[in-house]
Structures are given as C-alpha cells and as structure tokens.
Design a protein. Sequence first.
Length: 149
Amino acid sequence: MRRQLAFWDGFSHTAGVSKLNYKAAGVDYDVLDAFKRACQRAAATTTGNLTRHGVTEPSGIRGESAYLVETPTEYLAHVEEALGTKVLVADVLYKLTGQSFYRNVALDDVATIANDLCAVGALPVSIAMYAAVGDSAYFSDERGAADLA
C-alpha cells in the first residue's frame, strides 16, 4: 500500500510504508542486538561478585527489560535508558521549525523507563536523566534545555 506522506520540510513525498523502518534510518538491530548479547555474556562473568554484597541474580533475568538483583528480603531493579535518536530528530525539527519537541522526548524517555521496570514487576523509586551531549554548549539554548529537563 502506498500513501502520501507530508514531511516537515513542506514537500509531499510518496513513500512505501514498508521503507519506513529502523534499518532504513541507519539503525541495524541485528548488529546492535549482537553487541548487547556480547555485553550480557561479559557481564554474566561478574555475577559471583554479587554474593559479597549479600545479593544474587535471579535465573534468566539477563536480556529482560530491566535487570534484577535479589536481596534476602526483596528484589531491586535497574534500567538504563538514553534519549538517543529521538533527541536528534527533535534537534532537526527545532532548527527547521522553531518548535521544540524536547519535552515530548523527555516524557517518552521516562515512560520507557517506567514501562521497562513494570515489565519485570518493579515500580520506579527514582528516575535520573542520562544526558551525554559531549559539549555543555548544547544546553545554552534556554528553551530547549528547559523543555528537555
């Protein structure tokens, strides 16, 4: 099925819906997932270190939406999420239109973290932003910085 798509640049483009995917945008999950699995295998070699702290790793938790450790009385969950590609899209839209979508990106990030925690039966206790911008000048635009915060 083909349909007209109106893009933010004001032009109409005809595009097959099947061409709108992560790989076409430069995100190859086959490569990313292989890297993630390699990281999980490497991290699994450190599981024995948990016992020094009186905690263990529940069987089969690696690869889930959130990582759990089991204490004698409870489970603790951890999620690491970054804004990634979404903030790049917000950057372009802000530059082209003057409209900020940073608040939307920030809210989506928080929702993703909360959802990942809930998927393993955990509730968020605290959520912190991870902003690896590489240059503090990124936050010199007060509107964009305030929306992202």
